[in-house]
Design a binder for this molecule. Structure first.
Ligand code: XIL
Length: 299
């Protein structure tokens, strides 16, 4: 196959990319994105601050720019993200307790109803666990509304759009030996045993010297799949873009039948949130990096 999306489709998977609405007018960017990928995640446009800038007033202008571009170009869409401690609008940052809990529920309902039946996977909850060795939940205004906030978010999401796969998404959960990974595993296991509606787990996979790729990532994917959820690599970027590491990540996904696909977090290095790390598959002039060829050959 000659594109990443077509190559991934050979095994029933997708190869996706994070898209920024304001870059779609860049013809180099749009032509690479249109050609190579068959799944799209909005890099920022479906987040809480973008979609509900004032309480109860939803704005889908930029989210729809990304969504419509994706659909017009034949791509499926991953929704990102409905409940998160970061990129909250000011009004939400200032809420707590039962009013924040209600605002979270209302937000999930507002965004999911706008896209009802149109989103393949939603990242319902993002980054709820703490880094380090504690295995604890991350302290946040949402966490302080009560430990059940995550399951309430998932139950709300299931009712709002029963056709979307509902994912929990996090970073530094790729290494099986890490406490954060085990904490997330225990949560998913508990949710499955109690019938909390969760369909998938997203592994962001922002690999760098502080949190490097480890070959036990495949074990992690297998262990979660064995709980009865799909898995996905949702925000892949690799500091330095080692071709062998990129190929290893792709091979880990291909080794797990419940791995739905891989999404890279941007098109060219200059489009990356960590552009100094040159972590992506395309050079700034639009040419393919060695990592691109390694991924294409692995798929
Ligand atoms: C990042 C975007 O890439 C940046 O443009 C933005 O300034 C901050 O957020 N984990 C996530 C993503 O789930 O939403 C983040 O995206 C990167 C880390």
């Amino acid at each position: 196959e000659s594109t990443l999306g077509a190559a991934a489709a050979q095994s029933g998977r997708y190869f996706g990319v994070a898209i920024a609405a304001n870059r779609l007018s860049d013809s180099t960017y749009a032509s690479i994105a249109g050609r190579e990928f068959n799944s799209v995640t909005a890099e920022n446009e479906m987040k809480i601050d973008a979609t509900e800038p004032n309480r109860g007033q939803f704005n889908f202008t930029n989210a729809d720019r990304v969504y419509n571009w994706a659909v017009q170009n034949g791509k499926e869409v991953r929704g990102h993200t409905l409940a998160w401690h970061s990129q909250q609008p000011g009004w939400m940052q200032n809420l707590s307790g039962s009013s924040l809990r209600q605002a979270m529920i209302d937000h999930i309902n507002g965004v999911m109803s706008h896209y009802k039946g149109k989103i393949a996977q939603w990242d319902v909850v993002n980054e709820a666990f703490a880094d380090g060795s504690s295995g604890a939940r991350r302290d946040s205004n949402l966490q302080r509304t009560g430990n059940d906030w995550i399951e309430v978010a998932f139950r709300t999401a299931r009712a709002a759009d029963p056709s979307a796969k509902l994912c929990y998404n996090d970073y530094n959960v790729e290494n099986w030996t890490w406490a954060k990974t085990q904490a997330m595993y225990n949560m998913v296991k508990d949710f499955k045993s109690r019938g909390v509606p969760i369909d998938c787990v997203g592994f962001q996979s922002h690999f760098n010297s502080g949190s490097p790729y480890n070959s036990n990532f495949r074990t992690t994917l297998q262990q979660f799949a064995a709980l009865g959820v799909d898995v996905a690599i949702t925000e892949l970027d690799i500091q330095g873009a080692s071709p062998t590491t990129y190929a290893a990540v792709v091979n880990d996904c291909l080794a797990v039948s419940r791995c739905l696909g891989v999404t890279v977090w941007g098109v060219r290095d200059m489009d990356s949130w960590r552009s100094g790390d040159t972590p992506l598959l395309f050079n700034n002039d639009g040419s393919k990096k060695q990592a691109y060829t390694a991924v294409l050959n692995a798929l």
